[in-house]
Design a protein around this ligand. Structure first.
Ligand SMILES: [Zn+2]
Length: 314
């Protein structure tokens, strides 16, 4: 196959020009190859099926990619103009099938601003790619169950067999990008799933992994929803806490009149809601004993309440 100095193969400029607003001359573009994904089990213990890779050939065609995650570096945009799956002769996957990968050809306009980036590409420095796509099915390698309903855990072994998920029936391919630091842990293929079939446990695991992670738009929506719910719950919890603290403060004035307000505040600040409830009950009981004529008593303390009524009836 012949290529010119821009990496262009014969006939490719015509394909590229199907994607451009105006016809570009061969010297105006830079073309390169990349491997988008394959059927090997990745570090998330997932792999694409061969059928999925075939379908992604079409889905990734025309998709633009950001070629640098670092916003300060000035993002470079390239577009995939052709994709194909290929078997690598003699290479097998870890589970014994023929190794298949999805390769793509991408172009970007040659400008003064991207010459350094193009040099890096030429020298093979920037070569790890992450992709964003949605799949409808994830199939368990242990039992064939779909979308995680079986409870088998990826990465664990069951009777000597590794559990991994086969990603099947891709529905959308929406991004690809070069990973800024190729050796970075967590780099590689990033997948998301159709809404409703999203593995939220997996998203959370990545969120708390302590390493740099990328999230798809769907995953970010889920994280944002969870965050909103937690914030609402936290606000409710905070209001309940303030009410308990106010009750404690009131009861303590009767039960432990010598106790300074500052000391009490210091104690309650460190307590959980359950501990605050306990303290509140104990103070109520004590306050009732100390001040039987107090007009309001804790509802929980029926015995002391009775005493109060008895006292009143004398
Ligand atoms: Zn299973």
């Amino acid at each position: 196959m012949t290529t010119n100095e821009n990496g262009l193969r014969e006939g490719e400029i015509d394909i590229i020009n199907n994607f451009t607003r105006r016809k570009l001359a061969p010297e105006e573009v830079f073309v390169f190859s990349l491997v988008l994904c394959d059927n090997e089990i990745d570090r998330d213990h997932e792999r694409f099926s061969e059928d999925a890779l075939k379908k992604l050939e079409t889905l990734f065609c025309g998709v633009t990619g950001v070629t640098d995650h670092d916003p300060k570096a000035g993002n470079q945009t390239a577009r995939i103009f052709s994709c194909r799956t290929e078997k690598v002769p003699g290479k097998k996957t870890s589970y014994g099938e023929d190794y298949v990968r999805l390769t793509a050809r991408a172009y970007m306009p040659r400008t003064d601003g991207n010459s350094e980036f193009l040099m890096q590409l030429d020298s093979g420095i920037k070569k790890e790619v992450s992709v964003g796509c949605s799949v409808a099915k994830r199939i368990c390698s242990i039992c064939g169950c779909e979308n995680g309903s079986c409870g088998h855990v990826r990465g664990r072994t069951y009777d000597g067999k590794l559990c991994y998920m086969t990603l099947d029936e891709p529905t959308d391919a929406y991004e690809w990008s070069f990973v800024a630091v190729p050796a970075q842990k967590g780099a590689g293929v990033i997948k998301s799933f159709k809404k409703g079939a999203v593995d939220t446990m997996d998203i959370e695991k990545r969120l708390f992994s302590g390493t740099a992670q990328s999230f798809t738009a769907d995953e970010l929506n889920i994280l944002a929803d969870n965050f909103r719910t937690l914030k609402e719950k936290a606000a409710d919890g905070e209001a309940y806490r303030r009410k308990l603290e106010a009750d404690i403060s009131k009861q303590a004035a009767f039960a432990l009149p010598q106790l300074k307000r500052d000391t009490l505040d210091f104690m309650t600040r460190k307590m959980s809601a359950v501990q605050l409830e306990d303290l509140c009950k104990a103070l109520c009981a004590k306050a009732a004993k100390n001040v039987p004529l107090r007009p309001q008593l804790c509802a929980e303390d029926k015995k002391d309440n009775k005493k109060y009524n008895d006292y009143k009836n004398i």
